[in-house]
Write a protein that binds this ligand. Structure first.
Ligand code: NCD
Ligand code: ZN
Length: 355
């Protein structure tokens, strides 16, 4: 028997769309399923001011012309970010957050922040203006094990920052550990009207563990940052996503790279999940007998955090009788881009007439 599920149109609160030919190739895949998305600023060069964000937004709108899709932007924080830029970003309804990349933490993060103390005036201005900080939460010290970098960031950077600037609203992006889940859960600021701490969770971190990357052969298409952890951490992420807790919401971190970049002796980090994200997510929730919890995670909680209304349009998902086919690579600028394959049976897909 075929089952269908109709939910409020989902949003993607952490998305990489790139630019040029890649943008043209990938943006429609997101716009078909998601009403809104928060676009990451790690272009080369990065999007560091409001004018660059607005120009980039126009290019995204051109790439999704005629589609029901609203891109929201972020500003890339550097140690040179002007206070005027923070104020202008806070006043622009199309800019939802400022993104903190610790320098060297991930793809295109070289212009990021080396010393958090150097951006304290900017963070204070954001707290004052109510502009959230989206953090890539990993320390970058060469001597910290890559599997410990998220927990160390919480202990050494995030918690001290929150104690110093309790009014600053923070989103921990793409969390990968039970430590991050526990930290968010323990954090509710009871006196505040608004949540001061939230976290996005990706589709792939709800599905894969480090064994998928490393056991039985190395699989570069599963390599992303923060890197997937052991299964106990994945299970904590699933529990958080299913819980309905308004502090946890979906951000795919869909991050397309050409296969030539992924399949090299020093392959780059990022997984292209956008076209299959909704089907995979429905499968995760269904497998946990919690399909009814999907809508909160993907369509309601994130809008609440960013003080936006829930989408009025809907998306319908279909549960098929047999597993659906793996999606072939897409092509961008003459290069193939492999689409995420969770290596397990997926019975769910988006109904074509609601795309
Ligand atoms: C992202 C990218 O490719 O831009 N890569 C990734 O592994 N997630 C950057 C990021 O979000 O870390
Ligand atoms: Zn990302």
């Amino acid at each position: 028997m075929t089952t269908t599920l109709t939910i409020r149109r989902p949003d993607d609160w952490h998305l990489h769309l790139r630019d040029g030919a890649m943008l043209a190739a990938v943006a429609p895949d997101t716009a078909r399923h998601f009403g809104r998305a928060m676009i990451m600023p790690n272009l080369v060069p990065p999007v560091t001011d409001v004018a660059a964000a607005s120009a980039y937004r126009q290019r995204i709108l051109a790439a999704t012309k005629g589609m029901d899709f609203m891109p929201y932007m972020t500003i890339y924080l550097t140690e040179d970010t002007q206070i005027e830029t923070i104020k202008a970003a806070a006043a622009d309804a199309m800019i939802l957050a400022v993104k903190l990349y610790p320098a060297g933490a991930t793809t295109n993060s070289a212009s990021g922040v080396r010393d958090i103390n150097k951006v304290m005036p900017q963070l204070e201005a954001m707290a004052e203006a109510g502009l959230p900080l989206a953090v890539h939460g990993e320390v970058t010290d060469a001597d910290v094990d890559i599997f410990d970098r998220e927990k160390q960031f919480i202990d050494k950077v995030l918690d001290p920052l929150r104690r110093r600037l309790p009014q600053l609203r923070i989103v921990m992006e793409h969390i990968t550990t039970s430590d991050a889940v526990d930290y968010v859960r323990a954090s509710r600021d009871q006196s505040s009207e608004e949540l001061t701490l939230g976290a996005t969770i990706t589709v792939h971190h709800l599905m894969i563990t480090r064994n998928h990357i490393l056991a039985g052969g190395i699989r570069p298409h599963y390599y992303c940052l923060p890197v997937a952890k052991r299964n106990t951490h994945r299970d904590a992420l699933i529990a958080a996503a299913l819980s309905g807790d308004s502090r946890f919401f979906m951000g795919t971190d869909s991050a397309p790279h050409p296969d030539s970049g992924k399949l090299s002796p020093c392959g780059c980090a990022g997984i292209y999940t956008a076209p299959v994200a909704m089907g995979c997510l429905a499968q995760v929730f269904d497998d946990a007998n919690s399909i009814d919890a999907l809508e909160r995670f993907v369509s309601i909680n994130g809008a609440g955090f960013y003080n936006l209304p829930i989408n009025s349009s809907t998306l319908t998902l279909i549960r098929h009788n047999a597993p659906i086919d793996i999606m072939p690579p897409i092509h961008a600028g003459g290069e193939a881009v492999t689409v995420f394959d969770p290596m397990r049976s997926i019975y769910w897909s988006v109904a074509p007439d609601t795309e």
